[in-house]
Design a protein around this ligand. Sequence first.
Ligand SMILES: [Zn+2]
Ligand SMILES: [Zn+2]
Length: 556
Amino acid sequence: MEDHPALDLIEANNQWYSAKAGLGHKPSRRVAVVTCMDCRMDPHRFLGLEPGSAHILRNAGGRAADALRSLIISQQCLGTDTAVVIHHTECGAKGLNNNAFQDVVKCAVGVDSCDMDFQPFEDLEQSVLDDMALIKESPFVWTTEVQVFGYIYDVKTGTIHRVEERGALNTDEEILRLFEEGNKRYRAAFVKGDMHHKPSQKLAVITCMDCRLDHMRILGLELGDAHIITNAGGRIDDALRSLVISQHALGTTGVAVIHHTECGANKLDNNIFRVQLKKKFSETCTIDFLPFKDLERSVIDDVEAIERCPYVPKFVAVRGYVYDVATGSLRRLDCGRKLGIKHEKAIPTPMPPPVVKVQAKTAALPAPVATKTSISSSLPDGDMQQSSVVPQLTKANGNYASSFALGTLSHKPSRKVAVVTCMDCRLEPARSLGLEPGEAHIIRNAGGRAADALRSLVVSQQCLGTTTVIVIHHTKCGMAFLNVDNLKAKLKTELGVAKVDMDFQEFGDLEQSVLEDMHIIKSHPLIADYIEVYGFVYDVETGTIQEVKDEVAPLR
Ligand SMILES: [Zn+2]
Ligand SMILES: [Zn+2]
């Protein structure tokens, strides 16, 4: 299901590509182009731009809001002084109904809410003018330093038309002449006027705006094949809106995340850069420029963030690559769903929070799922903001192990007690009962239900000598509020299964559920008569436990 022929195709095609040696990472034409990801457009070609000459920033609609972070980097770090906004005819973002599309997404992936602004527009010229204005109004863009121009690209004829602000001075810029000449040459050979706007390879590529990357050539992609989404670094954060549109409006089912060697985002320091901006523009900058320390890690983080995103259907195939600007070759990284989750679909994953903000950081994308990566032990040091939780845990373990003194404990619980309780993150079962390492078995699952704990209890008692069981359920337990019908519907939509016959063991009454579980344990044929079973309710607000007495059938 997660195989994707087009992803194999771009890997194969890349073997025929060899990079142009000696290109600088500063665009020689000092221009950044903001345009749509549309599969019918190859901005390098229709503007006559060679590799090394320009930053190409692409997203759904070619909207400036998603491109601002990258534009600031382009201008302040890499010396571009011209920004060009190019929207196009027959754009999917034109006339898109934001609310209706939010409903489409909600329905397709079974989430309750979607407040993403998909940034549709009504009038094509107006949207170009709006985005030109948005760039000029940014406190981090000075119009004395940076010129902003606008064009409309006609997908039927391959022609670009200038969009000028009312009252704008006549400009005769060299860069515009260059575009118009390049476009003339392009038009002369342009034949693909009737392509479909749905990418024929059902593929979306997320990669860096870097001027050395000739995005379509690198991957052997033809017009009409794929969506190309680009920004500084090729980060998912700025690309998420476009990706959701690509998948839900235009049917793509594969994603290639491609970061590259010698990337500027690799060296950038958020804080230093913000201080520089503040010094120059006298304006406090809070933008997260999404730098990364470790190249492979950043690819894996972004692949995982896409897989975790509740708006991305689970059948979407996501692969991560590193592109080498020196050799032009693409290297696939071992990451993503294929390594961990594919065979575990029956296990319920945590419910994602209903809402993702477009600007959310990678680290803040919802609903972590267990995903193994091949390099989780080669950690980036320092700022872990963009990393997944696993490296942080591995690092924390380093501290733990450095003062570890429990190496000689017996594996038999010295106080002969097993506690069955909920996995709830607010509970500290051992500490709240004064239990030290080596003293007790703590068996945890959703709700602290006995049925799931029986196997462990039998082992605990028969092999490791425990003689007392304590069942502890707690106030505000998720299993008491769980809407099983919703959960099952969600699983069916997201995982495409016909039937969910898992018993989630939700409960209504808290004391009743404790009593029920005490009875299940006591009456089980593999639990000996001498085992004592107690029940408690733990209050998550006060930290106190309250015993639940079994009045019906007194304890043995
Ligand atoms: Zn478009
Ligand atoms: Zn880059």
